[in-house]
Design a protein. Structure first.
Length: 193
């Protein structure tokens, strides 16, 4: 009898741990997706501002890319416009380097890093515009792939938590009452730090 009670106790502890681990991972993955989405949206907005002729930097770039070759070069060589562009590019590069884009695959992050390394004022205006568009596309693609992967993993952790939570809630003579509805609804409650 003591051996059976011990085995039941060990099984109970394994079920509680399995539920707890799955819940923590489910929450963590939700936070990863949310943070990556927010960070990449901020980055994409900054990159799109480089192409927006309503911003100082976008206007400088548009002026330099438009018109005849001689007008383009003249616009590109205006010191204030070039300094504005250098400042914007440096700011974006530093934010990309230190942002939490770690959820991107190694290959995608390396490709993005290579595109960013090539982002400089020595490019022609048209090359710079193409490079910014390439980076925007790469950031969005990497974000979408990373979020899709995290969402699939999150579904898996949800299924594990539901399975073990249900077993625990159904145990006789136990007072477990895990709220499993959050896993069905996909809502994020709390934050794992």
């Amino acid at each position: 009898r003591a051996n059976i009670d011990q085995k039941n106790g060990e099984l109970l502890q394994k079920q509680i741990k399995s539920y707890s681990d799955a819940e923590k991972e489910w929450l963590r993955l939700g936070n990863v997706s949310e943070n990556l989405d927010r960070k990449t949206n901020e980055l994409v907005a900054d990159l799109e501002n480089l192409l927006d002729p309503k911003t100082d930097v976008g206007k400088a770039l548009a002026d330099a890319a438009g018109g005849t070759r001689s007008e383009s070069l003249q616009n590109w060589l205006v010191p204030q416009q070039k300094e504005t562009l250098i400042g914007a590019l440096d700011s974006i590069k530093s934010r990309i380097a230190f942002s939490e884009l770690g959820a991107l695959s190694d290959a995608e992050f390396q490709a993005l890093a290579n595109n960013i390394a090539a982002l400089n004022v020595n490019l022609t205006p048209k090359q710079l515009i193409r490079q910014v568009k390439t980076i925007i596309d790469r950031v969005k693609k990497g974000r979408d792939e990373a979020i899709e992967f995290a969402d699939q993993e999150r579904k898996s952790q949800s299924a594990i938590a539901i399975r073990f939570g249900t077993r625990l809630n159904n145990r006789k003579n136990e007072n477990f009452n895990f709220n499993l509805a959050k896993f069905d609804e996909g809502e994020i409650e709390g934050e794992i730090k």
